[in-house]
Design a protein around this ligand. Structure first.
Ligand code: ATP
Length: 638
């Protein structure tokens, strides 16, 4: 008798195994947290219980702020404002409209998110200190608003918020309340952890490292930041809802600057960018606050809450000075010292074998909507003025599909400015850039990327918070589709592993597999440049703009790069290349355009450009001997 074999059980078990591998640390961490929270009510005294309950409540706004600051790199000093909006909305709906608890809580969270959306629409265009100041201002507006508004009870606030009832059980003591809040913190933690590992989370980190590079790979940085700002406010609003339940009074203290500083402290002490750190920070700050309440009056008799704020300030300075990575950094350092700590798996043997091979594998054909030789990129009257300086002056040229255009010119000729206008990093003062029939000038780089145009940078734009493969993986951003919500729900693991495999393949073609798991910022300058090219190729563009790809490369690396460019052209890719190595450009390019002082002085095949007297004079100066020597050198390389 034969047994039919069905692939399903193996599929399910391998999916289970992958789920366990992907989520092991989250599941173990959450398991420990839940176990602790189950045990605490049986073992802790009332004072410790109180601290633990508030730590769990404040863990929510801390997780939210950590996503905004640690992941998206946006400093907010107004987290208390959203906390207060959640708390007040919940309290008003419960006490004045008598709405059921879940409805009031949901509206409280949504109100915080809605306000974040409205203020975020203009605020997310601000950067760095401006955003911090604007959110600080928002905090003050909310604080003054609740103090002055009758609906919010002015300075006395809103009283008489009754404790919730869950499945008929009244949550009328701290132990029950802890068990009531724990599932929400755990769910918030899982969602936030999923987000940090998702396509959207990686994009946010990339934006934090280099907004320009992330945009050039298709990330709509404004929309992504706005989403995280709203999400962060949602976490704060939920914290406010639980706070209102626990304290039964919502007063203007919930909107005070002091509270925003406390939440900020939780995130910094925990370690920016670490979701677990935010939870640990919430616990530490609560215990610290309690400690300070006893210690400070003992040191300074008659000291008030203001002096306690001073204590927070001192702790914040000490953490920044002594432990900039917070508790997360301390825990990671400790973990790495343990003998059983997981070591990196060795790189795939197949990849090593490929690296011994000096040839670049054949590249898959690029699918371009226009036939080879047809115009793919058209510049018309492109001009950029900076006050009196005309960096690029009325440049018009056409790039045929499937060719390499070399853009050369002396220092300051306007090459990079031209590149920036083509890729969307700069808006032209006049003129248009048309790519694949669409006018893309004046639009953001992510729009150009969406049409199939990607670039590298003269001044390297490495995503330093991730490893080499992580950088190349980011190049696949446009190939994925999962947004913030899918990322939070963890519904994209199949998509992720396919893109990761593609990233490894590209690294292999450029013989960078050995460095795949190294931190990108630890690579040599030349390898970082190659990695940027790999990252741009991962996006599978129709047009690749390379800004000085040979700069800083060894002669072998230059050979590999030149060979790669030839292969890319053979596969149908169009390349525009800015390069100071004129000999390389002449040998690689099908067409050469020469800029001098912002003006296009020559454009044609390498041979005619090489012999163009205007180029010789502009490029080499008026010294004829020098010019002839350089010409001879160029001919030797040709
Ligand atoms: P290099 O080969 O040295 O990189 P380039 O050909 O790329 O030079 P650009 O960097 O495009 O030249 O600069 C062209 C001109 O525009 C230079 O004179 C430069 O000083 C000027 N320029 C560029 N950016 C600005 C700016 N933001 N403000 C004022 N002038 C600028």
């Amino acid at each position: 008798m034969t047994h039919a074999t069905t692939p399903a059980p193996a599929g399910i078990s391998s999916r289970r195994a992958r789920f366990w591998t992907d989520n092991k640390s989250t599941l173990i961490g959450c398991g420990i947290l839940v176990a602790l929270m189950i045990v605490v009510p049986f073992t802790a005294n009332s004072s410790v219980m109180n601290i633990v309950v508030f730590a769990m409540i404040f863990a929510l706004p801390a997780i939210g702020l950590n996503l905004l600051m640690g992941l998206a790199g946006q400093v907010s000093l107004g987290q208390a404002a959203f906390f207060a909006i959640g708390a007040y909305t919940h309290a008003i709906l419960l006490t004045k409209l008598d709405l059921p608890g879940p409805v009031a809580a949901t509206v409280g969270v949504l109100a915080a998110m809605l306000v974040a959306l409205l203020v975020g629409l203009p605020l997310m265009r601000l950067r760095g200190h401006y955003l911090a100041l604007a959110t600080l201002g928002l905090g003050f507006i909310v604080m003054i608003g609740v103090r002055e508004w009758d609906v919010t009870g002015r300075t006395t606030g809103i009283y008489g918020i009754s404790r919730p009832t869950v499945f008929g059980v009244p949550i009328d003591n701290s132990g029950f309340f802890l068990w009531f809040v724990t599932p929400f913190v755990v769910i918030g933690l899982i969602l936030a952890l999923n987000l940090t590992r998702s396509r959207a989370g990686r994009a946010l980190s990339a934006v934090n490292d280099s907004e320009l590079a992330a945009e050039s790979l298709g990330v709509n940085t404004y929309a992504l930041r706005l989403k995280v700002f709203v999400l962060s406010a949602g976490f704060a609003g939920l914290g406010g809802v639980f706070y209102a339940y626990q304290v039964a009074i919502v007063s203007p203290t919930t909107a005070e600057f002091h509270l925003s500083v406390s939440i900020l402290l939780m995130v910094v002490i925990g370690g920016l960018g670490s979701v677990w750190g935010a939870v640990a920070g919430a616990f530490l700050v609560q215990f610290l606050g309690e400690g300070m309440r006893d210690v400070i009056p003992a040191i300074f008799p008659g000291a008030t809450g203001e002096v306690q704020l001073l204590g927070y300030g001192i702790v914040l300075i000490l953490v920044i000075l002594l432990l900039p990575g917070g508790l997360h950094q301390a825990a990671t350092t400790l973990w790495q010292k343990l003998p059983f700590a997981g070591k990196r798996p060795p790189v795939d043997a197949h990849a090593h074998a490929a690296e011994d091979d000096t040839t670049i594998p054949l590249l898959p054909a690029v699918s371009t909507p226009v036939a080879a030789g047809e115009p793919i990129l058209v510049l018309e009257g492109l001009t950029k003025r900076y006050g009196g300086v005309v960096a690029v002056n009325d440049v018009s040229l056409t790039v045929p599909a499937g060719s390499i255009l070399g853009l050369i010119g002396p220092n300051g000729a306007g090459k990079t400015t031209c590149f920036n206008m083509i890729s969307g990093a700069l808006a032209p003062t006049e003129g248009t850039v048309t790519f694949l029939g669409q006018v893309i000038s004046g639009r953001k780089p992510h729009v150009a990327a969406a049409h199939g145009l990607t670039r590298t940078f003269q001044n390297l734009q490495v995503f330093s918070s991730t490893d080499v493969v992580g950088n190349v993986y980011m190049g696949r951003y446009r190939k994925g589709s999962a947004g913030v919500l899918r990322g939070m729900l963890g519904l994209q693991s199949g998509e992720q592993s396919a893109h990761r495999a593609a990233a490894y393949e590209i690294l292999q073609s450029m013989r960078l597999t050995d460095a795949a798991d190294d931190s990108a910022s630890d690579l040599s300058f030349g390898k970082q440049r190659i990695m940027e090219v790999c990252r741009a190729l991962a996006a599978e563009p129709a047009l690749l703009l390379l800004d000085e790809p040979m700069a800083g490369l060894s002669s072998t690396e230059r050979e590999v790069m030149a060979e790669l460019l030839r292969r890319l052209r053979a596969s149908g890719l169009t390349i525009v290349l800015v390069e100071h190595d004129v000999a390389q450009v002449m040998s690689l390019a099908d067409h050469v355009a020469v800029l001098d002082d912002g003006v296009l002085i020559a454009h044609g095949d390498p041979e005619s450009v090489r012999n163009d007297p205007a180029v010789v004079v502009a490029y080499l100066g008026t010294d004829l001997d020098e010019a002839e020597a350089e010409l001879t050198e160029l001919e030797e390389h040709a």
